[in-house]
Design a binder for this molecule. Sequence first.
Ligand SMILES: [Fe+2]
Ligand SMILES: [Fe+2]
Length: 294
Amino acid sequence: MPRTAPEVHADLVLEPRDVTFDWSGLPLHWIPDEPLATHTINVLHLLLPEGERWFIKVFKDALPLITDEQLREEVLGFIGQESIHAEAHQEVLDHLLAQGLDPRPYVRQIAWLFQRVLGEKPKLGPRQRRENIIERVAFVAAIEHFTAFLGNWALNSPGLDRAEADPTMLDLLRWHGAEEVEHRSVAFDLMTHLDPGYLRRVRGMAVSGPLLVHLWVRGVRFLLAADPTLDGRIVPTWRKALDISRRGLLPEPMASLRSGLRYLRRGYHPTQEGSSAQALSYLASSPAARAAAR
Ligand SMILES: [Fe+2]
Ligand SMILES: [Fe+2]
């Protein structure tokens, strides 16, 4: 089956960078005096460990269906990178717990969603199993569109530097964001390799887009209520999120929506979004990635 735009990234070699971060000095509100912005970004830590482990499971299930050697190499590189991402965000969750914010009730719901609802269905015949794997790959491809969008935003977010956000957290977000931009085509190319049909792409986004918004809103509410320093005083609203995004501390909601709609354009390919050169340039200067390279 044909690959999508092979000329654009025929030499893509994905290298997992075995980074570590020291969270011992991380303040609970790591964007100073911005608990709502901090916790809106913290939802990443709630969703990603379980979500990225699920990506890995889906891609491992899909490996026997791949008939293109270069794509197989990219999928293996993707699995390597996502497994380190999941561990890195897990360590932040452990740090939140140590600071008195218990993320476990929400994470248990996320684990249930990914493992039970979106997990492998038992007792399927070979054709149904193949169909189920491709459907799950399409969900991953749509989510990866947003992880690349967020990664691109993290790489271009001087507002976080102006607000003096914690430098270790900024490096985590930008290292992870850069790798999301670097591997942004893999899930989409895997989906179109297994099923080039447009409907599959639309279904992936129709499920993943609204689900992500729902989980994010719930996650922000959860973290604000669980934060022992806030006593439930902060109520999140879209108006507040808009104000914060205008100060450059969050992606703009409308830009996120427009990005989701771009995924549905007929000629869409992930290489049209973000810059691999910028991602690689950040990875060459990231303190965590440089330490891992040594
Ligand atoms: Fe990731
Ligand atoms: Fe990713």
